[in-house]
Design a protein around this ligand. Structure first.
Ligand code: G
Ligand code: G
Ligand code: MN
Ligand code: NA
Length: 254
């Protein structure tokens, strides 16, 4: 298949790039973390969104080497910033279900942390509800193992999957990321506001940190602050940007 061949070549040719997006504490306004988001910088087509190639990488299994490259690059970059004297904050890496399900996944994470010398508490893994499609007790075992290493865990796109409530109690997670589709009209749509308020209070009752993604304007930010959301992320603050530019955010935070 053409895309698959293209993706393999792109890995060899090092055409993948990682962009970084800051996360902020809503009360203090300080930077509390960042998320790594992959892009394909293709010589012919320019920047290609992961939405266009991650599904194919999952189907073909290429997500295993690509995912490892992303994990390694994100951890190495975070360690580099720490070594340069910037504020130490966790870097969040998105995981595909297939990557998480791979039998060597935990070993890979441990090896990457060792190779990059990044302390586990400065790595956060963002999983989606789709990982629960597989054997749930296996999933819990793996999550517990990662958690015991000191790695942070969060559920991404929260509210868009299914069976979200039963496993919230069973999974050793730290944070819930409210999906951006609920944030979009939070200031106009009473249903969305109800959903967001409910997720925040449920998260807090379960002692979880709650973060809103896709914050694009001040109205959304004010609603989230009023309803005690812990953290925010979105275009209002910054889109995902290259490492070089991100250093400027860290410089300001120091
Ligand atoms: O940043 P952007 O809007 O282009 O991301 C689109 C989608 O691709 C999102 O669902 C995001 O979670 C996913 N994505 C971005 N980077 C990665 C990655 O490194 N690994 C995986 N598995 N998904 C990613
Ligand atoms: O699935 P995940 O939540 O990891 O994907 C995050 C996606 O959302 C990325 O593609 C990222 O580029 C995008 N994103 C980040 N901030 C905003 C925002 O404020 N608005 C919108 N529409 N997308 C955003
Ligand atoms: Mn994410
Ligand atoms: Na998301």
């Amino acid at each position: 298949m053409m895309l698959e061949k293209g993706l393999r070549k792109a890995l060899e040719k090092k055409e993948f790039k990682i962009h970084y997006q800051p996360k902020y504490n809503i009360k203090s306004g300080t930077i509390t973390g960042l998320e790594a988001l992959v892009r394909w910088d293709n010589s012919e087509h320019g920047i290609i969104s992961p939405m266009e190639f991650i599904p194919n990488a999952e189907e073909t299994g290429l997500i295993i080497p690509l995912g490892e490259w992303i994990l390694y690059t994100a951890c190495a970059q975070n360690k580099k910033w720490q070594d340069e004297g910037f504020l130490a904050i966790p870097i969040a890496v998105n995981l595909s279900a297939r990557q998480f399900q791979h039998p060597h996944f935990v070993d890979t994470v441990v090896r990457v942390l060792n190779e990059t010398c990044l302390e586990p508490r400065y790595l956060e893994l963002e999983i989606t509800e789709s990982i629960t499609m597989n054997n749930v007790s296996d999933v819990i075992e793996k999550l517990k193992l990662l958690k015991s290493l000191g790695i942070k865990l969060s559920i991404d796109d929260f509210g868009t999957g299914y069976s979200s409530l039963s496993y919230l109690k069973k999974f050793p997670i730290d944070s819930l990321k409210i999906d951006k589709s609920f944030i979009k009209d939070i200031h106009n749509d009473p249903d969305d506001l109800t959903i967001v308020k409910t997720i925040i209070s449920m998260g807090h009752n379960l002692k979880l940190n709650v973060i809103a993604e896709g914050v694009e304007n001040i109205e959304q930010l004010m609603f989230l602050e009023k309803h005690k959301c812990d953290q925010v992320q979105g275009f209002f603050f910054s889109p995902p940007i290259p490492a070089q530019e991100f250093s400027e955010f860290l410089r300001e935070a120091n």
